[in-house]
Design a protein around this ligand. Structure first.
Ligand code: G3P
Length: 218
């Protein structure tokens, strides 16, 4: 499974690249606003750092506006993926952008039918939001299981599933168990994937015992 960072923070991206586990980046207007920096400055910096797909979101409500914005975004780099909200206008924009070779990521997916429609119009990615489904007392990971089953039933391979709105390491692990293509996560969740108290305790004990070893070469 590919790991994407869901962030507009370039320092977080640098750190994840340094760890060697970063496959791509997703952003949204909220994440860009959090940086307090001009949109184009942030987007260009991310695109310079990351070779994998970088999702940048459109904000127009209508298909013409989305296509116009999508084309502007696509000019920023070969790895730009245009993020489009799941609306009827959005799906018109997806079909038009994809027909021109511009990859799209359909965002704000909360039901299997929405994912099926996005795949039908040719989206490269769908982004179901598991955390926000959990927030309203539903089962976010069931949404992923259902979408995966439907895509497998019809051999849909052109549209990849990005598990989005991941809030903790178990969302990531469950996404991998289900066989989702990608999980996009906040930096804090990515950091937690490394952690286990028994690893820390084990290192502590080994270092303590190392002190007792005679003739240490290092
Ligand atoms: O990728 C979508 C994500 O940014 C939404 O996350 O935590 O705001 O639900 P969250």
């Amino acid at each position: 499974m590919q790991f994407f960072l869901d962030t507009g923070n370039v320092e977080e991206i640098r750190q994840a690249l340094d760890w060697g586990i970063l496959d791509g980046v997703t952003t949204n207007p909220t994440l860009i606003a959090k940086t307090g920096r001009p949109f184009l400055e942030v987007a260009k910096e991310i695109l310079k750092l990351v070779d994998g797909p970088v999702s940048l979101e459109t904000v127009s409500p209508d298909a013409d506006g989305m296509v116009k914005e999508g084309k502007m975004l696509a000019e920023l780099g070969d790895n730009v993926v245009v993020k489009i909200p799941m609306t009827p206008e959005g799906m018109k924009a997806v079909a038009r952008l994809e027909s021109e070779g511009i990859p799209t990521n359909v965002t704000l997916i909360f039901s299997p039918s929405q994912a099926l429609i996005a795949a039908k119009v040719g989206a490269s990615y769908v982004s179901p939001f598991v955390g926000r489904v959990d927030d309203v007392s539903n089962d976010g990971m069931k949404l992923i299981r259902d979408i995966k089953t439907i895509f497998d039933n019809y051999n849909i391979t052109e549209t990849e599933i990005i598990v989005a709105s991941a809030r903790h390491p178990m969302h990531v692990v469950e996404a991998a168990l289900i066989g989702a293509d990608i999980c996009t996560m906040p930096f804090d969740v990515m950091k937690k994937l490394f952690q286990h108290p028994l690893t820390d305790r084990g290192i502590e004990l080994f270092l303590k015992d190392w002190e007792k070893v005679p003739g240490k070469p290092f």
